[in-house]
Design a protein around this ligand. Structure first.
Ligand code: KG4
Ligand code: ZN
Length: 363
């Protein structure tokens, strides 16, 4: 299947670094983190994240109702702490950004309601932001001079895709997961191996000391060059664990974690390099919680360097959900004249290409 090469579409405002010169306050509550941040000129002035991990560890995963109730309790203190860290007052804020899609509806509503209220009280423009656009913009926190076009590998707990970033706010999804998101596969395999929640960081850690070639696992062969599938891999791990246990053997968790991680990383790197080649781009941004994965970082960094290209990873603390990335994306939108109405809704599902529904004006 062919894809068009990456070029800035005609008619778009020229790429410029001053898109984020404004000071933006942002809220992120799409899943299980209550977060607030202030970003100016692609630099983080303050960022606070209250994680609900301990709460959800008890149930081995997120219960949506519990998550939204927790946001209700934590969001106000998080916002207060963010302003305290920054030393700024509302006078210094040019706009308020908030994640409005995709995510858990109850959780999104908590952040969006708070942002609308603050926008109304302080008379500031509201900018609703697509969560995945936020993840993409976390790369600008690593490299403030970065400009589209580039390719993006988006790998999180709820999402896996390869995206052509053609310009600010202009996306073309090249491929995505047919079943489990990569972070979801990590979390499910970690549960199988009794490694706790969330599983990604645990498997990553264990994989460093295991043999990546101990078990041959299926990488999810596809008839599409950029789509991924991880449910077969997850089932293969389950069967392997069951078989070993039936034989009275204990599974070497480090070897299995290393083999699983090796299989996932190879599948992602292969598709990423193919997309970069077809798009004829020098840069790939890796975004989302799984961008924190050490195996993926090392392998993709080496592979891109060997081709004279580069992979940009966000700073570790901005890989998983945070509000700084939402503020950075919001600042760029604000500079381009995007505004959301106080009636803007929340969406549990929304494609990146459909982000325009979040704005009143064409931007
Ligand atoms: O982006 P994120 O914070 O939330 C979503 O938008 O989904 O991603 C969370 C996911 C979880 O599935 C977590 O297990 C995974 O990112 N994750 C990792 C690592 N750190 C977090 N997966 C693999 N290796 C890691 N080091
Ligand atoms: Zn996320």
């Amino acid at each position: 299947m062919g894809v068009e090469k990456l070029v800035s579409p005609v008619g778009l405002p020229p790429s410029r670094h001053n898109g984020c010169m404004t000071t933006v306050f942002a809220i992120e509550t799409s899943c299980d983190e209550s977060a607030a941040a202030i970003v100016r000129d692609r630099r983080v002035i303050a960022s606070v994240v209250a994680s609900q991990i301990d709460l959800h560890r008890r149930t081995g995963g997120i219960v949506p109702e519990v998550a939204s109730r927790e946001h209700l309790l934590t969001l106000n203190p998080v916002i207060a702490e963010c302003f305290e860290q920054s030393g700024l007052t509302w006078d210094a804020i040019d706009g308020i950004a908030v994640t409005a899609a995709p995510g858990l509806v109850g959780s999104l509503l908590m952040g969006v309601t708070a942002a609308k209220t603050l926008a109304l009280i302080n008379n500031k423009p509201l900018i609703a932001v697509h969560h995945h656009e936020g993840h993409i913009y976390s790369a600008y926190l690593s490299d403030p001079m970065l400009e589209p076009p580039f390719a993006c590998l988006l790998v999180s707990g709820g999402h896996t895709s390869l995206v052509a970033v053609e310009g600010h706010g202009h996306y073309r999804t090249l491929g995505q997961t047919r079943d489990d998101a990569v972070g979801e596969a990590y979390d499910k395999v970690a549960r199988l191996l009794d490694l706790g929640y969330p599983g990604g960081p645990q498997i990553d850690k264990l994989a460093q000391v295991g043999n990546p070639r101990a078990f041959a696992l299926p990488g999810g062969r596809m008839d599409h060059p950029y789509d991924t599938s991880f449910s077969g891999l997850k089932t293969a791990v389950l069967r392997l664990v069951e078989k070993q246990r039936a034989l009275g053997l204990t599974v070497d968790r480090a070897d299995l974690a290393a083999s699983f991680q090796h299989t996932v990383v190879e599948a992602l790197v292969k598709r990423t390099l193919a997309a970069m080649e077809e798009l004829n781009t020098q840069t790939v941004v890796v975004a989302g919680g799984v961008a924190a994965n050490r195996g993926l970082r090392v392998r993709l960094d080496t592979a891109t360097r060997a081709r004279g290209t580069r992979a940009i990873f966000p700073p570790f603390e901005y890989c998983t959900d945070n509000a700084a990335m939402i503020a950075c994306a919001g600042a760029e939108r604000l500079a381009r004249g995007c505004r959301s109405s106080l009636g803007v809704g929340v969406y549990s599902r929304l494609r990146l290409e459909e982000s325009a529904v979040l704005y009143d004006s064409t931007c």
